[in-house]
Structure formats: structure tokens, C-alpha cells
Design a protein around this ligand. Sequence first.
Ligand SMILES: [Zn+2]
Length: 87
Amino acid sequence: MDLRTGAAQRCSAADEKDPKPCDGPWTAVTTLTADGTEITGCLQHSARLLASLEGSRLHPLAALAPWAVDVYCRAAELPPFAWLIGL
Ligand SMILES: [Zn+2]
């Protein structure tokens, strides 16, 4: 993340094309992609990432944080790449 640009205003899980602001701590949960990449982000963007990337899941340690169920519930209500259709 480049701290000198606008990208610094959002968590690491936010897609560049997703205009939604972060919701919650920027390090709320870590998402594991199908290839094992770990992406830590806020509630909003982690849920959107989870809904978009096939085979992704929350890191097992997310169970220790109070937000894992919230992120899964949000992801269940989102289509993949929700920002492409204005959600
Ligand atoms: Zn975020």
C-alpha cells in the first residue's frame, strides 16, 4: 500500500474499483484465497472479497475475533464483485 496516495485511505482488502469506504477495523479479519494468499481487511471489504473469490475463506484465527460471523453473513448476501453492479 502506498501511504502517499488515496489507496492509504482504505484497507488492503479493498479492490481499486470498489468505491465503498471501509467499515470497522482495517485488520478485522484475514481472508485466505484459493491459492493461499492472505489478505487482511475491514468487515466491508473482507466480505466483498469473500463473496468474489471462489475458494476463499477466512483464516482460522478469524474465529478468535468478534467479526467472523458478521463477515460471513455479509458475504452470503453479496453477489461476486458487487461493485461492478453498483452495490
Ligand atoms: Zn476496507
